[in-house]
Design a protein around this ligand. Structure first.
Ligand SMILES: Cc1cc2nc3c(=O)[nH]c(=O)nc-3n(C[C@H](O)[C@H](O)[C@H](O)COP(=O)(O)OP(=O)(O)OC[C@H]3O[C@@H](n4cnc5c(N)ncnc54)[C@H](O)[C@@H]3O)c2cc1C
Length: 467
């Protein structure tokens, strides 16, 4: 008679962080341990109190760069390498592409439905989205993790990994050591740490507003803890994903992405960049960084005219609930928003004079090639249509950070590396890992948190089985 496999002495896996990466890691580990009848206890510890847990994940619309729930675009890996200026790890992104469909199906089976959303006005690559965004991810995966036996502990900030002779023994939190034979770090980047932000981004780094309020708990703790274990780092330390938002809005992530269709001026009434230099997800990072680090008062204004209202679905280009300031003349608008009147009038006149193309070719959904004439400085490469139809509109904009790029080096099995080799029992997934350089690959952050979170959970259980 075949005897049922005996469970080994219980081993402890601690997952740190209650976002997309931590939830998928804990759930995958608990399921794998149960399926193999292994005595593995999975505990997820979270720094925030229960009501504030969920980090960036809970706040995000969670667009995911997939052609459909069962496939990524054939060019996915190449696109990732291009976005990272060819500095990304091809093996890592190949694993991401290969495991994305199965991971999404696994998540869907846990009660998170996916659909193909309409994106902002400018389309770019295809994307899928969990219905209900990050709140659905958080709610359904928390429930699934609890059903699978994951223990959740809130207000429990990981401070240090305890190791002895190359073996992980636990995680220290508030003077207590939580026992651990393996650890998965999923506690985000360092956008909530003013000192680290200043260290890596220079003066002003400490005051970049957060796009998601709960990200204030993401203070680089996990990065520091792993570096103390000798972990390698990866990603661009002075890189961040940052977006232009309406400071008046109370909405989540109130981006204002109408700026390509008009001009953007600073408080002095001067243009700063080529507003039509690409689709919004290609220009928003450099633009938003400039708002915070270069514009006087760290605030600028997107100026448009009422022809915006004739663009089909133009509302999709903003998540701010606050209407723009409006006036019948450019001078009147300048007074309303406190911008130098003469300069704004001169800027608008120079821009209008350079809009010599055929306005009938204007198309908000793609780079339409409607460029301003060459003498305009800075240039405007697309959507160059004169501002002539009152009322004139102005949205104030500031730059707000979503996440940082600098983090831990991991391989395609989510193992944290030290001098290029895996540290036994230590895994990481999500924002805490590096891998991004140049610009954030659009709509990949949640996807990689899912894929490498799940992979980390599976790998950790394999490690504990063989340990
Ligand atoms: C407004 C907004 C919109 C976005 N839109 C998209 C999008 O459409 N598509 C996309 O792909 N990405 C998007 N992103 C980025 C994406 O949401 C995040 O990169 C992703 O959710 C990160 O998941 P994570 O699990 O790594 O981190 P998080 O979700 O931030 O979770 C980290 C968790 O760790 C906890 N923690 C921190 N320190 C400790 C500690 N010492 N001990 C214990 N716990 C700790 C935090 O409290 C938090 O709960 C957006 C981000 C924002 C802010």
């Amino acid at each position: 008679m075949v005897q049922p496999a005996m469970a080994k002495t219980s081993r402890n896996l601690v997952v740190i962080g209650h976002g997309a990466a931590g939830l998928t890691a804990a759930l995958a580990a608990a399921e794998a341990a149960r399926a193999r009848n292994l005595g593995v206890t999975v505990m997820l510890i979270e720094k925030a109190p229960e009501s504030e847990a969920g980090g960036n994940t809970r706040w995000t619309p969670s667009y995911m760069r997939m052609a459909a729930p069962d496939r990524v675009e054939p060019s996915f890996v190449h696109d990732m390498l291009e976005a990272t200026r060819m500095q990304g790890d091809e093996t890592y992104f190949a694993r991401l592409a290969a495991e994305a469909p199965a991971t999404v199906q696994w998540i869907a089976a846990h009660g998170v439905p996916f659909h193909q959303p309409t994106y902002y006005l400018a389309k770019g690559p295809p994307r899928i989205q969990p219905v209900g965004g990050g709140e659905t991810i958080f709610r359904e995966l928390t429930r699934a993790a609890q059903d699978a036996g994951v223990a959740l502990r809130y207000s429990c900030a990981a401070e240090q990994i305890v190791s002895d002779q190359g073996r992980i023994r636990g995680v220290q939190s508030a003077g207590e050591t939580v026992p651990a034979d393996a650890v998965i770090l999923a506690c985000g980047g360092f956008q909530g740490n003013a000192a680290m932000m200043r260290e890596h981004f220079g003066p002003g780094g400490e005051s970049v507003p957060l796009l998601a309020p709960r990200a204030r708990f993401n203070t680089g703790d996990g990065i520091r803890m792993a570096l103390a274990q000798g972990a390698d780092s990866s990603g661009e330390w002075d890189g961040m994903h940052i977006e232009p938002v309406d400071p008046r809005s109370k909405n989540s992530a109130p981006v204002v992405l109408v700026y390509p269709y008009g001009i953007v001026v600073d408080k002095n009434g001067r243009r700063m960049f080529d507003e039509g230099g690409g689709l919004v997800h290609e220009t928003w990072e450099a633009f938003s960084r400039n708002i915070h680090f270069a514009a006087p008062g760290r605030e600028v204004y997107a100026i448009l005219d009422s022809r915006l209202y004739a663009v089909p679905d133009w509302q999709r280009a903003t998540r701010s609930e606050v209407p723009p300031r409006q006036a019948d003349t450019i001078e009147g608008l300048a007074k309303l928003i406190g911008v130098d009147t003469d300069n704004l009038a001169a800027t608008a006149a120079a821009y209008n004079a350079a809009c010599t193309g055929d306005p009938a070719t204007f198309d908000a959904t793609r780079c339409d090639g409607l460029a301003a004439s060459r003498e305009l400085d800075p240039p405007k490469s697309n959507w160059a249509r004169a501002l002539v139809e009152p009322p004139f509109l102005a949205w104030p904009l500031i730059g707000a950070i979503a996440y940082t790029f600098g983090g831990l080096a991991t391989d395609d099995r989510a193992r944290v590396l030290r001098e290029g080799r895996a540290i036994p029992g230590l895994y990481a997934a999500g924002e805490i890992t590096g891998h991004f350089y140049g610009t954030a690959p659009n709509a990949v952050s949640v996807l990689r948190a899912f894929v490498f979170g799940r992979r980390a959970g599976l790998e950790a259980v394999e490690f504990l089985r063989g340990d």
